[in-house]
Ligand binder design. Sequence first.
Ligand SMILES: NC(=O)c1ccc[n+]([C@@H]2O[C@H](COP(=O)([O-])OP(=O)(O)OC[C@H]3O[C@@H](n4cnc5c(N)ncnc54)[C@H](OP(=O)(O)O)[C@@H]3O)[C@@H](O)[C@H]2O)c1
Length: 437
Amino acid sequence: MAEALRVGIAGLGTVGASVARVIASKGVELTRQCGRDIVVTAVSARDRARDRGVDLSGAAWFADPVELAAKADIDVFVELIGGDEGPSRASVKAALEAGRHVVTANKALLAKHGVSLAEIAERKGVLLNYEAAVAGGIPVIKTMREALAGNTVSRVFGILNGTCNYILTRMEKEGISFDACLQDAQRLGYAEADPTFDIEGHDTAHKLSILTSLAFGTKIAADDIYLEGISNITQADIRAAAELGYRIKLLGVAQRTDSGIEQRVHPTMVPTASVIAQVHGVTNAVAIETDILGELLLSGPGAGGNATASAVVGDIADIAKSRPGFQHGPVFGRPAKELKPYKQAKMRSHEGGYFIRLTVHDRVGVFAAVAKRMADNQISLESIVQRAAEPNGEAIKTVILVTHETTEAAVRKAVDGIMKDGHLTDKPQVIRIERAD
Ligand SMILES: NC(=O)c1ccc[n+]([C@@H]2O[C@H](COP(=O)([O-])OP(=O)(O)OC[C@H]3O[C@@H](n4cnc5c(N)ncnc54)[C@H](OP(=O)(O)O)[C@@H]3O)[C@@H](O)[C@H]2O)c1
C-alpha cells in the first residue's frame, strides 16, 4: 500500500474539528477508497487547551499556521481559519510555495486572491481544492470542473446563503416580518450576531464570483457584482408574489449576455412551480444551464460542520488518490494564466421581467399616470392591479405591476418618472423576475 497521506489542519472550529473527527472515525472506509491511509499529523488553532471532541494527541501542535504550512511533516495543508487576509492567506500561500497541496473552505480568500493562489498552485504542480467554499456540502465545484467537461455554460444561478433562505422561507410560511425572522435566526444560530455580511448579499457574491470563473473562464471579479440584499423585503412583497404565482429568493446569478457577463445578487421572484422555488430553509441549491446537458439542479446542505467537512474530506481523498503527473487539471477549470479578464455587462442593460409595487395617493388619474410612464418607456405590462393598501386610515392604494421582458434602464426611467409625478406615498419596490423551470 502507498504511504499514508499526511494532513495538517489549521483551524479547529466548526468545520476543522468536524474534519478531524470524520478522518478519525471513517479511517477504514477512507483507506479502502483511497488505497492509502489518511492521517492528521499536525494541527493549529488559537486555544491549545480547548476540547475538539477528537483525540489529536498524535498530531504536532503549531501555534502559528504559517509555520505549520511551511515546515510541518505534511503532504496536504487544510486551511479552515477563515478571512481573506492574515493567517489564512499567509498560510495557504506558504503551503503552496512549499509545494504542498491545499484544501480550503474559504470563499472570502478565493474571491479575493483565488487567481493568484491558483497561479502558484499550477506553477508548483500541486492541487488547490475548495469544494466546501461554495454551497458547503453540495459537490458543485467538482460538477463544474470535471463532470461538465465539453459543456458550454450559459447561466449559473443559485440559493447560496442559508441564512437568507431561512429568513425568506419563514417570512412566507409564518407571515412574520423580516426583523422578527432575523432575530429568531440569530437566537437559533442560523444568523451571525452581525448578520450584514449574509443578509446584504456579500457572502452570496463571494460564492457567485467563484462559480462565474468556473462557468465562463474569467478572472474572479467579486467586486464587480451587482448587489442587493433582502432587508427591504416586506410581507406585502411576499404576499403579492404568492398571489402572482411567484416566490421570493435571494439568488446569485451569472449569465452570458451579448454585452458581457452579468453577475448579480438580489432578491428575485421565481415561479412557485419551479424546482428552485421548492428549496426551503437553510438548504442551498445551484442551477447550471449548459448546451449539452440542459439544466441541472443540485441542492443540499450549504453549511454546518458535518456537511462542510464532507466536502473538505472529499477534497482530501481526491489528493490521496492523485498520483504525481496525474492530477485533476487546473484550479478554475482553465490554467490560471489563461483566465480572461472579466467583461462586465452593465446592470442597466439587464433584460427580464419586473415586479413593481407602488404605494400611491388615492386620487383620480394616478393609475393612468403610472400606466403612461410605463408606455412612454416601451414597457409592456403582463398585469397591473390596483387595490386598497394596508388599512391605516389613509387614502392610499397599492398598485402592483408585472412587466413583460424589458430592460433595467427602462424600468429605472419609468420608476424615476413616477416618483417625479409626486403620486407615491412610500418608496417604490422593484423586484426582478428570474426565468426558472
Ligand atoms: N461553518 C460553516 O458552516 C462553513 C461552511 C462553509 C464554509 N465555511 C468556511 O470554513 C472556514 C472555517 O469556518 P468555521 O465556521 O469552522 O470557523 P470557526 O468555527 O470560527 O473556526 C475558526 C478556527 O480558526 C482558528 N483560528 C483563528 N485564528 C487563528 C490563528 N491566527 N491561528 C490559528 N488558528 C486560528 C480558531 O481557533 P480557536 O478554536 O482556538 O479559537 C478556530 O479553531 C471559513 O473560511 C468559513 O467561511 C464554513
